[in-house]
Design a protein around this ligand. Structure first.
Ligand code: HOZ
Length: 422
């Protein structure tokens, strides 16, 4: 496979951007290859700058649930562009999208549109602190909630991948109110509340973790978080940036039947454009400016092009009968193939990770037993067979509705023939 143009672009990019990239994991650093530069995408395929085509299981880290360049979304964006790119003022698209989000996530009685998951989480935590008048928050080791200072503590995604669980450049004073608990271990949360019964504002969790690889919640874990936060008057925040509109139309909260106080959405909700949302109980959100004293703002928040893409994508998902059953069925084929090759798989709906460890992965510690070199070999094998998977052991494979049965079968066959000793 010739990748000369990608190599050339990467060489230039490295002189211009740290590591040659605008987000760390895409540098392919942990899989020992050079990144591919993508020139185009369509359906379940991406094409690199040298014209090589791959079946894509990254799907832009989740947003492309209907596949790349979905005609209805592209059309909606083009139409919106004709009316201008940004107003910095109110417009109807914001209202339509907010209404749609609320219809699927009734726990989001009021919400705000922002530009990225990082911004949404940062704002949700601030709203929770403002409402409760408490400073501490609880997060789980291995969960990733974007790159705001207070949440860069034992984070997943690029932080685990790059072995920098606690980022440099974050003053200790900004993380001293971040308490760490163990995923899937309600006792670790209970213990923190017993130590600080009156000062924890919120517990933030990925209801199905997907940034230390996919780690589904054990039975009763989310319910225990609901009970503990209720008992101590703290806010339960579900970070559904990945799981929202992916595990079901109403996200993990609908799938698992647990209602959080606040929710953060990103990725799918923006249809591939930079858009995210945070929201929750009306009494919490009424503290956000201009109604209340919790400040958060943004010139591009609720941008008309991004809202047009989000509305179009959600509308399309609503039109597909049994979308989530289909995604589950397709991903189950890949799971079965990986198991037949003797691989250790975690899957939740259309999210899946093959872990190179014999230990069942249920939290950060067990995820860390995975052999990164083993994953790097698997990644290289897939890439050389025309399959583009996450370039890190600690991310998810994303399956979209555009993945054809033929491509799924082909991928399954390739995975089934993988030998760990390769
Ligand atoms: N945070 C995203 C994955 N969970 C993006 C990773 C990257 O591009 O560095």
């Amino acid at each position: 496979m010739i990748t000369a143009r990608s190599t050339e672009l990467f060489a230039k990019a490295k002189t211009l951007m740290p590591g040659g990239v605008n987000s760390p994991v895409r540098a392919f650093g942990s899989v020992g290859r050079e990144p591919l530069f993508i020139a185009g995408s369509h359906g379940d395929r991406i094409t690199d700058a040298d014209g090589n085509e791959y079946t894509d299981y990254v799907c832009s880290w989740g947003p492309d649930i209907l596949g790349h360049a979905h005609p209805a979304i592209i059309e909606a964006v083009k139409r919106a562009c004709d009316s201008g790119l940004t107003y910095g003022a109110c417009h109807e698209g914001e209202v339509i999208l907010a209404e749609k989000i609320k219809a699927h996530f009734p726990s989001m009685e009021m919400l705000r549109l922002v530009n990225s998951g990082t911004e949404a989480v940062m704002s949700a935590v601030r709203a929770a602190r403002g409402y409760t008048r408490r400073d501490r928050i609880v997060k789980f080791a291995g969960c990733y909630h974007g790159h705001s200072d207070g949440l860069l503590v034992k984070g997943g995604s690029g932080l685990i991948t790059g072995s920098i669980p606690d980022s440099a450049g974050v003053p200790a004073a900004l993380t001293e109110n971040t308490l760490l608990a163990r995923y899937n271990d309600p006792d670790s949360v209970q213990a923190l509340f017993e130590r600080c019964p009156d000062s924890i504002a919120a517990v933030i969790v990925e209801p199905c973790a997907a940034n230390m690889g996919v780690v589904p919640p054990k039975d009763g874990f989310l319910k225990a978080l609901r009970d503990i936060t209720e008992k101590y008057g703290a806010i339960l925040i579900f970070d559904e940036v990945i799981t929202g509109f992916r595990l079901s139309a109403g996200g993990a909260q609908e799938l698992y039947g647990i209602k959080p106080d606040m929710t953060v959405l990103g990725k799918i909700v923006g249809g591939g454009m930079p858009l995210a949302a945070y929201g929750g109980k009306r009494e919490i959100m009424e503290n956000v400016a201009p109604l209340g004293a919790v400040y958060q703002a943004g010139t591009l928040s609720g941008n008309p092009i991004a809202t047009a893409a989000g509305i179009a994508q959600i509308t399309e998902t609503e039109r597909i009968p049994d979308l989530y059953g289909e995604l589950d069925r397709k991903t189950a084929v890949l799971e079965a193939a990986a198991r037949s090759a003797g691989l250790n798989v975690n899957r939740c709906g259309s999210l899946m990770t093959v872990f190179f460890t014999d230990t069942p992965v249920t939290d950060y510690e067990t995820a860390m037993t995975a052999d990164r070199n083993g994953y790097a070999r698997f990644f290289a094998y897939l890439l050389d067979n025309g399959i583009y998977a996450a370039p890190s052991q600690f991310e998810a494979m994303f399956v979209s509705y555009a993945h054809s049965d033929g491509d799924i079968a082909k991928t399954a066959e390739i995975i089934a023939h993988y030998r760990k000793e390769n």
